[in-house]
Design a protein around this ligand. Structure first.
Ligand SMILES: [Zn+2]
Length: 107
């Protein structure tokens, strides 16, 4: 039931700078290691996605391949904010977004 993940947070979100990945573990056993640049490019803030058209304004070639998640910050009970080494920190990553990233990196 993917809808459950709209409200259930991941069990853990852990940074691994040496591997350059975000480890995301879920209650159903799904565990993913998502490359930092793939998380960074999935940002859905107004600078990364056009608010009117929904069109993504950045793509993977715009992202520093060595970008690092410097800090994770909980936002309410529905999302995390990531402070990136490229200075970007305006994007929220909701549980469904992190779930989608996890599923796409496992498959
Ligand atoms: Zn953004």
């Amino acid at each position: 039931m993917s809808a459950d993940f709209a409200t259930i947070p991941p069990q853990s979100v852990r940074r691994d700078h040496s591997a350059g990945v975000l480890h995301i573990a879920w209650h159903d056993g799904l565990a993913a290691a998502v490359k930092y640049p793939l998380v960074r490019v999935a940002c859905s803030c107004a600078r990364c996605v056009d608010e009117v058209t929904g069109k993504r304004l950045i793509d993977i070639t715009d992202i520093d391949p060595l970008v690092i998640a410097q800090e994770l910050q909980g936002v309410g009970s529905y999302a995390i904010r990531i402070q990136w080494s490229d200075g970007h920190n305006t994007g929220l990553y909701t549980w469904p977004q992190l779930r989608a990233l996890s599923e796409s990196s496992v498959a």
